[in-house]
Design a protein. Structure first.
Length: 307
C-alpha cells in the first residue's frame, strides 16, 4: 500500500516518519495496549470514526488459521511499541462472521487499514514480523501525508472506564495535547512551537524531539513542488538548494537519499554551510526516529564526514 491509497487534494507523500522501537504492552506483557476487539457493525462504525484521527488496522483472524496466532502476537507487539500511532482492532471471524462477509474477506488472516474513513487492503496470509513493520510504516506515511497525526488512547482494563468509540481507554499524556491538536489541524508552526515548549521542560524527551522535527518537515513540505531535485543537481554549492532537495527526497520516501545528500554537503563544505547542513541532517534523523537502521548507518557516516 502507498499513501496514494488515501489521497486528497494537496496531500504530500511524506516519507517514513518516526517509528518507535517495539516496547512493552504486547500480549502478555506490561504497559499500555493499543489492541481492541471488534464484534459488531457498531464496533466497525466506531473504528471508522476513529480513523479520521489516527490509523486503525483491522485484523481478521481465526484459531483455524495456521500460524495466525504467532502473527497476531507479533502484530500486537509492533502496534503496542508505537505508543498510539496506530490502533489494532481484531475480528475473530468465527465469532463475528458477518463482519468478514460484509468486507468480502476471502482468506484468514487478513489485515486492512482504516484511514480517514476509508478502507484499504494491506495483506492476506501469515507475514513475518519484518513485513509487518514495513506495512505499518507505509500506513503511517499515508496518515501523515493526509494530515492524520493524532494518537490513539491506550486500551485499558475495565476499571479504567470507557474511551473513544466505546472502547475501554485511559487518557493519553496531556502534555502533548496542544501540539497534536495543532498537527491535526495542519497548523505545523503552532505544533512546532508547542513541541519547543516541551523540549525546554524536558530536553531529552524523544517523543517531543520527533514531533518537533516532523512538524518542521511538514511545514516545509507545503512549499515543495518537485523542482527541488533539478535545482539541487544544477546548484551543488547552493546550501539552500541542497536542503530543499533533501526535504523533497524525504517526502518522496527516499530517506537514505536525503541523508546521503546532506552527508555529501558536509564533506565538501566548511563553516556556516557545513553547520547548517549538519543541523538539518540531525533534524531529519529525528523525523525517522533514533532506532531506524538508516539513522544508525548515517550517524556513522556523519561522524566520518566531520572527523
Amino acid at each position: 500500500m502507498t499513501s496514494e491509497s488515501f489521497s486528497r487534494p494537496g496531500a504530500v507523500d511524506l516519507s517514513s516518519l518516526a517509528q518507535q522501537p517495539p516496547g512493552q504492552g504486547a500480549s502478555g506483557s506490561a504497559g499500555p495496549s493499543y489492541v481492541t476487539e471488534m464484534r459488531t457493525p457498531q464496533d466497525f462504525d466506531a473504528m471508522i470514526r476513529l480513523s479520521v484521527k489516527h490509523p486503525v488496522l483491522v485484523e481478521f483472524t481465526s484459531a483455524r488459521a495456521q500460524g495466525g496466532t504467532v502473527m497476531s502476537n507479533d502484530l500486537a507487539e509492533v502496534v503496542n511499541g508505537m505508543d498510539g500511532k496506530v490502533l489494532l482492532a481484531r475480528v475473530d471471524a468465527d465469532v463475528a462472521p458477518e463482519l468478514a462477509q460484509a468486507l468480502s474477506i476471502q482468506a484468514l488472516p487478513t489485515v486492512i487499514a482504516l484511514l480517514g474513513g476509508q478502507a484499504a487492503p494491506l495483506f492476506q496470509g501469515v507475514q513475518p514480523k519484518r513485513n509487518l513493520l514495513a506495512v505499518i510504516d507505509q500506513v503511517l506515511q499515508a496518515a501523515v501525508a493526509n494530515g492524520i497525526v493524532g494518537k490513539a488512547d491506550p486500551v485499558a482494563g475495565p476499571q479504567d472506564g470507557e474511551g473513544e468509540g466505546g472502547a475501554p481507554a485511559r487518557p493519553s499524556d496531556p502534555r502533548f495535547d496542544a501540539a497534536y491538536a495543532a498537527m491535526e489541524a495542519g497548523d505545523f508552526a503552532t505544533a512546532r512551537a508547542e513541541f519547543d515548549k516541551l523540549l525546554k521542560e524536558t530536553p531529552n524527551d524523544t517523543e517531543a524531539q520527533v514531533g518537533h522535527a516532523q512538524a518542521g518537515l511538514l511545514a516545509r513540505a507545503a512549499t515543495l513542488d518537485g523542482s527541488e531535485l533539478t535545482r539541487g543537481a544544477s546548484e551543488p554549492d547552493n546550501i539552500e538548494a541542497q536542503l530543499a532537495a533533501a526535504d523533497f527526497d524525504m517526502v518522496q520516501g527516499n530517506v537514505e537519499g536525503a541523508f546521503e545528500r546532506l552527508v555529501a554537503v558536509i564533506r565538501r563544505t566548511a563553516g556556516d554551510d557545513r553547520e547548517t547542513a549538519r543541523v538539518r541532517l540531525l533534524e531529519l534523523f529525528d523525523t525517522v526516529g533514533p532506532t531506524d537502521p538508516a539513522v544508525l548507518t548515517f550517524r556513522r557516516k556523519l561522524a566520518s564526514a566531520l572527523f
